[in-house]
Design a protein around this ligand. Structure first.
Ligand code: NAD
Length: 482
């Protein structure tokens, strides 16, 4: 049976790449080919950028908030209607387990709704700088925005920049990760049916990051790149964008500390550690709490609880009732297994540490949830983002030691602190360098609360009002009065 081939979406038309090449997309649970997408060329990117520019300059999209609000409300309604479709697609293409796929399919509805509501609330400011003058600050859309996304939450991380970019009045070119380009095309199909969105406002160009993504990032007629992905790729995006000094928004990797004090509610902290480790997405979550900092007096008991709990997590395809699905690709599998081997040399392996190949798992990319104890602080498993089901436990002595270890990586995405002492919680929350600090919780995110990193985890903010303002700039109009 010949596989389905997804096309690019440029200027309101579904079109094949000029180069005629395609890329195959695989099911991570079986390694079977699911479908193919266009392996686009720089010429395809040029066409998409031209279409976006034309739509941005010649339609009333950027000035018609009413039209944009209606469009985003319709998008939210259509996404709500097709939640089961997107859930099932996430299970097949991204290797998600059922509840995680279901919650991602629900999350994008909320994101579209939230920014649909905010579309009519884009206000500027006025000021009176001198007695005979009026300053009017108008919030305008940035313009043509390239949105480059990763595979680990392909819909949630697409809607997170896309909805505010559309709400602000921008035109966009979407460049999804190679592994999850099919589901992105499914989402664009929904957008293509919304008549309020003029042709050319949303374009899709799939293909290899180093070709399509890189050309988009270096394009002279793109005003902004909104990038979510790895820190090294983010660095490359900054270099590529230097030609026209376009605005760059970066949401990058993490190696987040989950800090557990001896006075914490022990069972709640164990649950928070397991959930925070993101085994539910095979560890492939930027906010994963992969460094478990545990205060010395409870360290041994805590590790013992992990030794008992982690092997009970059932690993398998997301189509079954399991706790942990596959990692996304063979490349990712090899990367994770490499880190596990390095870990075995420098730290104590508490549980896990193997690829699983029994029975029907044989052809998929399954890794046992793995816990290491006491790695050297400078070792790769304590410093690098592994992006697999692997956590490290690091003991600490007191507040100062916890803060020192928490800050001792190049990342600064999120952190959590578990304690019943509010003063200690606040002290740590203020001193840890991260974009979000949870107290007695892990991983909670809301559409109306800003999210983003510091240090090499990036510096943009998504969600909330700031997430909308990312896609605008303030113009100052000065009026000299008589
Ligand atoms: P990646 O950096 O390899 O790829 C991300 C996107 O960039 C893909 O679409 C890819 O095709 C494209 N790309 C690759 N090379 C490029 C280049 N030279 N120029 C332009 N584009 C290029 O990341 P990934 O493996 O897809 O995703 C995992 C990473 O994403 C992890 O590091 C994770 O922490 C990060 N992430 C961050 C957040 C956040 O909000 N901070 C959220 C999710 C994932």
């Amino acid at each position: 049976m010949s596989e389905h081939i997804y096309l690019n979406f440029i200027g309101g038309e579904w079109v094949a790449s000029e180069g005629g090449e395609t890329l195959q997309v695989h099911d991570p649970a079986t390694s079977e080919v699911l479908h193919a997408v266009q392996a686009s060329t720089p010429a395809d990117v040029d066409r998409a950028v031209a279409a976006a520019r034309e739509a941005f300059e010649t339609t009333d999209w950027k000035e018609n908030a009413e039209r944009r609000a209606t469009a985003l409300h319709k998008l939210a309604q259509e996404l709500a209607r097709r939640q089961d479709h997107f859930r099932d697609f996430l299970i097949r293409e991204a290797g998600k387990i059922f509840p995680v796929a279901r919650s991602e399919a629900a999350m994008i509805v909320k994101t579209a709704e939230y920014y649909a509501d905010l579309t009519r609330w884009i206000y500027g400011r006025t000021a009176q700088p001198t007695p005979n003058a009026l300053s009017i600050l108008v919030r305008e859309p940035v313009g043509v925005v390239g949105i480059i996304t990763p595979w680990n939450m392909p819909l949630a991380l697409l809607l997170r920049p896309l909805a505010p970019a559309l709400a602000a009045g921008c035109a966009v070119i979407l460049k999804p990760a190679e592994q999850t380009s099919g589901i992105t095309a499914e989402l664009v199909k929904v957008i293509a049916e919304i008549e309020e969105i003029p042709p050319g406002i949303v374009n899709l160009v799939t293909g290899v990051g180093e070709t399509v993504g890189a050309h988009l990032a270096s394009h002279e007629d793109v005003d902004m790149i909104s990038f979510t992905g790895g820190t090294e790729t983010g660095r490359e995006i900054v270099r590529l964008s230097a030609g026209n000094l376009k605005k760059v928004s970066l949401e990058l990797g993490g190696k987040s500390p989950n800090i557990i004090f001896a006075d914490a509610d022990f069972e709640a902290a164990v649950k928070g550690a397991l959930a925070g480790a993101a085994f539910w997405n095979a560890g492939q979550v930027c906010t994963a709490g992969t460094r478990l900092l545990v205060e010395e007096p409870i360290h041994d008991a805590f590790v013992e609880r992990l030794r008992q709990a982690v092997p009970k997590l059932k690993v398998g395809p997301g189509t079954q009732r399991v706790h942990v699905g596959p990692v996304v690709s063979e490349e990712q599998l090899n990367r994770v297994l490499h880190y596990i081997e390095v870990g075995k040399e420098v730290a104590e392996l508490v549980v896990g540490g193997r690829r699983l190949t029994d029975g029907e798992l044989a052809k998929g990319y399954f890794v046992e949830p793995t816990v290491f104890d006491r790695p050297p602080l400078e070792s790769p498993i304590a410093q690098d983002e592994i992006f697999g089901p692997v956590v490290t436990v690091i003991p600490f002595k007191d507040v100062d030691d916890a803060v020192h270890i928490a800050n001792a990586t190049r990342y600064g995405l999120v952190a959590a602190v578990w304690t019943q002492n509010i003063n200690k919680a606040f002290s740590v929350a203020k001193r840890v360098r991260a974009g979000t600090v949870w107290v007695n919780a892990y991983g909670v995110l809301f559409q109306n609360v800003e999210f983003g990193g510091v240090k090499q985890s990036g510096h943009s903010r998504h969600y909330g009002l700031e997430g909308l303002y990312e896609y605008t700039h303030l113009k100052h109009i000065y009026l000299q009065l008589p």
